[in-house]
Design a protein around this ligand. Structure first.
Ligand code: ZN
Length: 662
């Protein structure tokens, strides 16, 4: 096979896997990915073949083409794996995603590429290019590229082992469903439609699975403490004991990688290229979060406990298996808010139009419906304009479909590069579908999720005009990525904004202020206690990766942390670590959510609460944060927008927002 070495830096014409037939045919998908991988390989070959002095123009340009092809192929294989109607296409897409990941992992340990990049003189480059090169070299060193060949082989083997163990851990959780039996009496308190879907068998027994739609209502509504307890134990042991062993092996493998690379612990390694920079900084952050949430959580616990003892004088303490139940009882009694009552104000089409209008005004862009087809007839396409200039495109695939996955996510489709590719991104969601006789009424939490995902989407589009693919859009540090999404979520809390699109689908009535207040009070209650749950997960994720794994007793560890951080009585037999799925992807860095929440709330506090969408704050945020993509450290973007580092003022106000003033 002969390839034109310059082909790699030509602009790719064949940008969409589905237009090449890849959404219908596994063969066509494989051929499309093949073409990307060939261009990738050609660019890599051309990069290594250069024999004159290395410059960003002759070397980084090719390296970025190497990255660009992997991102393009990876993004669309990922999307088709989630959305393709045909199982054969999804299987092929999964296979292609693994093939692309392997090419990526080989690249990350390629010593010659590292040497080529390190040989460039970047003195005269602009700050974005310098940042790109420095960050890339750092990630190479963190991967162990500068070790000798035997050591690199050992590292690669350990990484493969960690990947295998992670997959096994996830699969054990996914496939580890358990079933508990209940008597008809024990279903007291559960919603009528739930009871109707759970009929007794011939012996008069009802079987209930640990799947989310079966489990969650039991923990929230079932009046029987015995049923809640059985469900809690089944749910938290659904992957136990298998995953206890898998987790111990995974922690040991990760520690060995960290040791070879010269780090004291995996947590130190995994934070070295993040905003946090070190595990010690995570600890300092967690201490502040602990202090910020302690009093509020004690107050919330005391209120629920008093309420519950009023209802049930012999109660004693509230056990973790009853926390959700008493929360629900308390919310109903104290806030008079039923989340079902607002659904008629949130029909899907109206919400979509409202969120698009909000983002368009906030970021001074325009969204025009487009005729460009997506991967399925159900997908709608929009072009993003700034004045008369087209600056990007997005695809909305928003409703459940046979074979489509069940998650909510935002994904790049084409990584934008200035002068080469306009950014394209997609939302893959599962909101209720509008039909002839049902307008697809959404829960208010769904509307918050829509805002969240749209925040990611705007980041990909507005941040997709950088000079390099490797620093475009989402390519920030991993622990900054949930800032733009959690920032946009906050717009849901604005009454005027909400009333601009929340109208009753039958009567046209605007969502009454009185209901919004009750909804806000009800959702503000429990925030401090919820934050301490996060603190417990976060500390566990850090602690398991911060010490010698051979000394960790998982059962002792979770019990110790739990009783230190949470007021609800510990329940013996709780093995939550065995189904804590985030331990695979996030490893020690589960802190990302809480850390980004602190930043997002501080960002949001910069907007004028009297008129969120007017004024210049939206544009300032767009320019100093979103448009930067990954071309600056997150730390710098925070300082550019706030004029200082983030502080805890905004989250303190959020945690202690008035929920009891009536
Ligand atoms: Zn997110």
């Amino acid at each position: 096979m002969s390839v034109d070495p310059l082909a790699a830096v030509h602009v790719c014409e064949d940008l969409h896997a589905w237009e090449a037939g890849g959404a219908q045919s596994p063969e066509k998908l494989a051929a499309w990915v093949d073409a990307r991988l060939k261009t990738h390989a050609a660019a890599l070959e051309a990069l290594l073949a250069i024999d004159h002095p290395r410059t960003p123009e002759n070397t980084l340009r090719l390296y970025d083409a190497v990255i660009e092809q992997l991102s393009l192929a990876g993004a669309q294989a990922g999307i088709l794996n989630s959305v393709a109607a045909d199982k054969a296409v999804r299987d092929q897409a999964q296979h292609e995603a693994q093939r692309i990941a392997q090419a990526g992992s080989a690249l990350s340990l390629n010593r010659q590429v590292y040497d080529a990049l390190a040989a460039m003189n970047i003195e005269a480059c602009g700050p974005a290019t310098k940042h790109y090169v420095e960050r890339t070299l750092l990630s190479y060193r963190l991967a162990g590229v500068d070790k000798d060949e035997a050591t690199r082989a050992r590292i690669q083997a350990l990484h493969e082992q960690a990947t295998r163990l992670s997959l096994e851990f996830s699969r054990n959780i996914q496939e580890g469903a358990k079933t508990i039996m209940a008597t008809p009496d024990e279903l007291a308190g559960l919603p009528q439609d739930y009871v109707e879907r759970h009929k007794p068998d011939a012996n008069g027994e009802i079987s209930i699975s640990t799947d989310q739609p079966d489990m969650q209502p039991v923990m929230t509504f079932a009046a029987s403490p015995a049923l809640r307890e059985r469900m809690f134990l089944a749910y938290h042991t659904r992957a136990y004991p298998a995953n206890k062993v898998v987790l111990e092996q995974l922690l040991t493998t990760r520690q060995e990688i960290a040791t070879i690379l010269g780090f004291r612990s995996w947590a130190d390694l995994a934070t070295a290229d993040q905003m946090m920079e070190s595990a010690a900084n995570v600890r300092t952050f967690l201490k502040r979060l602990d202090d910020a949430s302690r009093e509020g959580a004690q107050r919330e616990h005391a209120m629920i406990l008093n309420f519950a003892r009023g209802r049930q004088p012999d109660l004693g303490e509230i056990d973790i298996t009853s926390r959700g139940y008493w929360y629900e009882q308390y919310r109903r009694a104290e806030f008079d808010f039923d989340s079902q009552s607002v659904r008629p104000y949130f029909p899907y089409q109206q919400v979509e139009a409202g969120i698009l209008a909000t983002a368009a005004r906030l970021f001074r862009v325009e969204f025009r419906p487009s005729k460009v087809p997506g991967w399925d007839p159900a997908v709608s396409t929009f072009e993003v304009f700034e004045g008369e200039k087209r600056v990007g495109r997005f695809y909305l695939d928003m409703h459940p479909r046979e074979g489509k996955d069940k998650w909510f996510s935002a994904s790049p489709v084409v990584t934008g590069v200035r002068g080469r590719y306009l950014p394209e991104a997609a939302l893959i969601c599962n909101f209720p579908s509008p039909t002839a006789d049902d307008p697809g009424l959404m829960q208010y939490n769904d509307v918050v999720t829509f805002f969240h995902e749209f925040g990611h989407l705007m980041h990909a589009i507005l941040g997709g005009h950088t000079e390099w693919a490797g620093i475009s859009g989402f390519a920030t540090e991993g622990d900054f990525i949930e800032v733009p999404s959690q920032m946009l979520e906050e717009f849901f809390r604005d009454e005027k904004l909400l009333q601009s699109f929340a109208r009753h689908y039958q009567t046209g009535e605007v969502l009454p202020t009185e209901i919004i207040h009750r909804m806000k009070r009800s959702s503000a209650f429990g925030r401090a206690d919820g934050m301490r749950q996060q603190l417990y997960y976060t500390t566990l994720s850090l602690d398991l990766h911060g010490q010698n794994p051979s000394e960790i007793d998982l059962d002792r560890e979770i019990r110790r942390l739990y009783t230190r951080l949470l007021p609800w009585t510990w329940h013996e037999g709780n093995r939550m670590y065995s189904s804590f799925g985030h331990l695979t992807g996030y490893s020690s860095n589960y802190y990302t959510y809480a850390f980004d929440k602190v930043i997002a709330l501080d960002f949001f506090a910069q907007f004028d609460s009297a008129s969120l969408l007017d004024g210049d704050t939206g544009m300032r945020y767009r320019k100093s944060v979103l448009e930067q993509g990954g071309s600056k450290p997150g730390r710098q973007m925070v300082r550019d927008f706030l004029g200082r580092d983030e502080d805890f003022g905004a989250i303190m106000r959020w945690l202690n927002e008035e929920f009891d003033s009536r």
